[in-house]
Design a binder for this molecule. Structure first.
Ligand SMILES: Cc1ncc(COP(=O)(O)O)c(C=O)c1O
Length: 393
């Protein structure tokens, strides 16, 4: 375990800061009751952790009202609430080919079962969408634009501010999928003209799995797609309209929220910029080490401006899954191969024909030594593959 080099931080961050484990343990042992349901002290204290976390994340996104920060299971859950709650029969949506299935599939479902039209804006050869492509696709019935802020496959950070400006001009809500970006780069919904942010707790925010949520800007009202207990106004027949109850259903994941708070506090203590600087220094080192290796194909990563710490590559002639297995078995390096739940990115890159690619995702606890080991491991695999190819010639 000590030897394991974990480069799968795009899937989930691991390990978490020590403070996350400690706070979750302490919180659940001392305050593991149902918050907001009763008036006794423990209940109020558990509720206070929930509300404090709402406030922290609202500040982080530069929102104005903590009640509009609603907790959900993860970003998939948040994106489902947004997409099914804002679109209906007769509507049109614009999205991109960079999206994760947590956006693509809800949209496909709406297309299939309700005839919602969907346009996908492609990315260019550097991995960015062109903001000018968005207004060209707007129609009178466009009701939502949804964009992956930072690609989980190629790591590029999209020009949200410019897209947001076009959306504001037309009064179309803009939702961003901040699954990868929240906790890595600043997200200011005012500056970026964003209306909805979907985030997940277990990736860059360094919390546990099973917690995420969304921030909903004032003026955007998401229709209820679920209903249930809220712990308040129990006599009311219909699910509550006011936020956060509007989008929260049943007992919240309090231990998850506590862990998310501890992860977020750790990020604040280290400083977002210093974490990003560390991760991008390692990413540049990895990119430099891989880019000139014979038989290694790096995708889209020439320039690391507007980028997070994700690198995609393949070893020529090897299935991505075989490369990942060799990295795991021979070098104790954990990474992710395949389509990364974002099939359209691979279709555009052409890597869908070869069952995807290998992704390295660097996190705050990775070190220079680990990156050197990873470069060395990929070199060995590429050389092995070349020797094999030469022998069969
Ligand atoms: C860009 C992006 N969107 C959405 C998701 C879904 O996140 P979760 O599984 O936490 O809902 C992921 C996770 O891989 C992702 O990278």
């Amino acid at each position: 375990m000590d030897k394991l080099i974990y480069l799968d931080n795009g899937a989930t961050s691991f390990p978490k800061p020590q403070e996350v484990y400690e706070f979750m343990d302490r919180f659940y042992r001392n305050f593991g009751v149902n918050p907001g349901r009763s008036g006794y002290d423990l209940c109020l204290e558990a509720g206070a952790v929930v509300e404090e976390t709402r406030k922290m994340l609202t500040r982080f996104f530069n929102g104005t009202d903590p009640n509009r920060l609603c907790f959900a299971y993860n970003s998939t859950d948040a994106l489902n609430l947004i997409i099914f709650g804002l679109l209906q029969k007769g509507d049109h949506a614009v999205t991109t080919t960079l999206e994760h299935n947590s956006v693509l599939r809800p949209l496909y479902h709406l297309w299939k079962y309700q005839g919602v039209e969907v346009d996908h804006v492609p990315f260019d050869r550097r991995g960015f969408v062109d903001p000018d492509d968005f207004p060209k696709r707007f129609k009178p019935n466009t009701r939502l634009v949804v964009v992956n802020h930072a690609s989980n496959v190629i790591g590029t950070v999209q020009p949200i501010k410019e897209i947001g400006r076009y959306c504001r001009e037309r009064g179309i809500p803009l939702a961003i999928d901040a699954s990868q970006s929240a906790g890595k780069i600043p997200i200011d919904i005012e500056k970026m003209a964003v209306d909805l942010v979907a985030f997940t707790g277990h990736k860059s925010l360094l919390g546990p799995t099973g917690i995420g949520g969304l921030y909903v800007r004032e003026g955007i009202e998401i229709r209820h797609t679920r209903a249930g207990g809220t712990g308040v106004r129990s006599a009311q027949r219909m699910h509550l309209d006011e936020y956060p109850y509007r989008l929260e259903y049943g007992t919240p994941n309090t231990i998850g929220i506590a862990g998310l708070q501890a992860g977020f506090k750790w990020i604040e203590k280290q400083g977002l910029e210093s974490i990003q600087e560390h991760e991008m220094r390692l990413t540049a080192k990895l990119r430099d080490g891989l880019k000139d290796l014979d038989g290694v194909v790096l995708y889209v990563q020439e320039d690391l401006t507007d980028h997070i710490s994700i690198l995609l590559f393949n070893v020529d002639g090897l299935e991505a899954s075989d490369t990942a297995t060799m990295l795991d078995v021979d070098h104790s390096i954990a990474c992710r191969s395949g389509l990364h739940c974002a099939p359209l990115v691979h279709e555009q890159l052409g890597t869908d024909k070869i069952h995807g690619a290998v992704r390295f995702g660097i996190g705050p606890f990775n070190t220079e030594d680990q990156i050197e080991t990873a470069i060395h491991a990929v070199r060995e695999i590429a050389e092995f593959q070349k020797r094999k190819k030469d022998r069969t010639r």
